[in-house]
Design a binder for this molecule. Structure first.
Ligand SMILES: [Mg+2]
Length: 229
């Protein structure tokens, strides 16, 4: 019988990415106060985040406090966000699911982003040793070249965890990018969409990609037990 390997996404799959964003906004606004002598509004940053201005919100929030800010000001502001020491907690169902599966299956983690930022989150959640193999796609090449939906991380995970013919399962939250590559590689794809967390997801404004539909949709990771049975 084929061996099953269980691979997770990190942000908004195992913990609330919004908590990381809030901690980072605090670090960035403190930096702006100490280094630039200006007050950037934390509430304003949160409102921009809720409105889906993920990429541009640092520039927008900084410009509202300092219209003539320099490129270096923005760099320092974003750096303070990225270099925060995060304080994070697993979703309760994620904590239970990891405890259940870690002794039974090989666990993997594939997460997009800068390797240093993602590994700080992984350390904050005490996950480093709970996964057999961890890939932060930012470590595979520059300029987001190997971020999802690029298949490289999934191919590397396959060779790290198992052999041809094994069953691989990927659990993620983002319909726009998480499931395209694993679907192509014949993995079982599972969308975790917790009803209580829907409104707070960082990527709630994204839409489903063609070829990126998950095979299963669940509201609680406890349901993995049915899918993997
Ligand atoms: Mg995610």
């Amino acid at each position: 019988m084929a061996i099953t390997h269980l691979v997770f996404d990190l942000d908004d799959t195992l913990y609330a990415e919004r908590d990381f964003a809030i901690g980072g906004f605090r670090a960035a606004t403190s930096w702006a106060r100490e280094s630039l002598g200006i007050e950037v509004s934390l509430d304003r940053m949160l409102a921009l985040l809720e409105d889906g201005h993920l990429g541009k919100l640092f520039n927008m929030a900084l410009a509202e406090a300092k219209a003539d800010h320099s490129a270096d000001d923005l760099k320092g502001f974003v750096k303070a966000y990225a270099n925060q020491t995060p304080q994070l907690q697993l979703f309760p169902d994620a904590a239970l699911a990891l405890s259940h599966w870690e002794g039974r299956l090989k666990l993997g983690l594939i997460t997009d982003g800068h390797a240093s930022t993602q590994h700080a989150k992984i350390a904050a959640l005490a996950l480093t040793r709970r996964f057999k193999h961890i890939i932060a796609t930012g470590a595979l090449g520059p300029d987001r070249a190997f971020h999802k939906p690029h298949p490289r991380a999934f191919e590397l995970m396959q060779s790290a965890l198992g052999s041809p013919g094994d069953r691989f399962v990927y659990v993620g939250d983002n319909l726009s990018k998480d499931f395209i590559a694993p679907n192509t590689l014949g993995w079982t794809t599972v969308w975790i969409n917790r009803p209580a967390h829907q409104a707070h997801r960082i990527h709630k404004h994204t839409t489903a990609a063609i070829g990126g539909e998950p095979k299963f949709s669940i509201g609680d990771l406890a349901q993995l037990q049915t899918i993997l049975a």
